[in-house]
Design a protein around this ligand. Structure first.
Ligand code: HEC
Length: 330
């Protein structure tokens, strides 16, 4: 709280004194926090990139981002203000204080005092935790003897029946959302990433903790997943509504199915590996074909988001915030 007061105090002081708004220190952090997920090198929505000075000054498909000295005539301000601001798309509007920073910056000339800095601190994993970290995902081998647990940025694996020191497997993910052992128990998949930066997947050899392969997927954290029955591919849900089919083999391409309109929070293969059941924050449960990468059926009967799905050879079930279990005959 003290720190917050200090920051607010500083903020006020900067503005009250009439000092120029700094692009690097004040504007860029707003873009980075709220916009970069869709306006960066990887994703230039509306033709606009905000993570590069030249591109930012060029603007998007409707032209320049701002008119020097004239916030009210600027596309940027137009997009983030109004009764229902269009940007950031699908997200809460910017606070008035943040909008004011952007307005003042343009009014003062829209100067760039330094390039966008990617000052994201590297992930650090404490040697000892002062408090037990929250667990986000667990998996256990079918013989019940080996398990893996995800805590923030690392996975801990251990033998259930003996007290040999657990093995710690660090990652560079801000948060791990999913760990899963392959059906034969040999391989451990770890999915997650860092918000508004990257989604990531790492495959470890379960027994000795060595890395088999790893890759980045998209520009935001990945959620839950499920190994295909053959253990060679994992399907993982993403934040933009896509489900990614990620092979263990690094040279094989990642395929994706654009299925949902919001976070894909749960994924399960059918027993034969031919179909996928997915659940989403968009409240739907969907069945799709793995080979055709297309939608087969959609169930829209939940009034709230879905966050768990499962399947046996005949039936799929899904459930979520509404507390109702939906059933789909396969
Ligand atoms: C979830 C994705 C998403 C986020 C986050 C997002 N945008 Fe956009 N933005 C879009 C899309 C999609 C378009 C294109 C809309 C269209 O063409 O109708 C767009 C268009 C724009 C445009 C118009 C570009 C042009 O020249 O036509 C501006 C300006 C803009 N966004 C600014 C922002 C700002 C500033 C933020 C952060 C406060 C932001 N956006 C966050 C998806 C996003």
């Amino acid at each position: 709280m003290r720190r917050l007061t200090l920051i607010l105090g500083l903020f006020w002081a900067v503005h009250a004194s009439g000092a120029d708004v700094s692009f690097q220190r004040e504007v860029w952090p707003i873009f980075k926090r709220h916009c970069i997920g869709c306006h960066s090198e990887q994703k230039k929505k509306g033709g606009l990139r905000l993570d590069d000075v030249a591109a930012l000054l060029k603007g998007g498909k409707s032209g320049p981002l701002f008119v020097v000295g004239k916030p009210d005539d600027s596309e940027l301000i137009d997009q983030v203000t109004g009764d229902e601001p269009e940007m950031p798309q699908n997200d809460a509007p910017l606070s008035r204080a943040k909008v004011k920073v952007l307005q003042d910056w343009i009014a003062q000339g829209g100067k760039i005092d330094g390039p966008p800095k990617s000052d994201v601190p590297p992930v650090t994993i404490p040697q000892f935790y002062a408090y037990a970290p929250a667990i986000s995902s667990v998996t256990i081998r079918s013989d019940g003897k080996f398990a893996a647990v995800a805590c923030r940025s690392e996975v801990v694996t251990f033998n259930v029946d003996d007290d040999v020191t657990p093995r710690r497997l660090p990652t560079d993910f801000d948060l791990i959302n999913h760990v899963e052992l392959s059906p034969d128990g040999q391989r451990l998949a770890v999915a997650g990433g860092s918000p508004q930066q990257f989604g990531g997947i790492i495959f470890f050899h379960a027994a000795d903790g060595t890395r088999e392969s790893a890759r980045r997927v998209g520009t935001d954290t990945l959620f839950k997943g499920n190994f295909a029955p053959d253990g060679q591919t994992i399907a993982v849900g993403g934040p933009t509504g896509a489900v990614y089919l990620i092979p263990v083999d690094e040279k094989a391409p990642v395929k994706n199915i654009e299925l949902h309109s919001d976070w894909v929070t749960a994924v399960a293969f059918t027993a034969d590996g031919k179909q996928l059941i997915t659940g989403s924050r968009d409240k739907t449960t969907k069945l799709s074909s793995v080979e055709g990468l297309n939608l087969l059926r959609s169930v829209d009967q939940s009034p709230e988001m879905i966050n768990a799905v499962a399947a046996d050879p005949l039936t799929a079930i899904s459930g979520g915030k509404a507390g109702v279990l939906l059933r789909l005959r396969l």
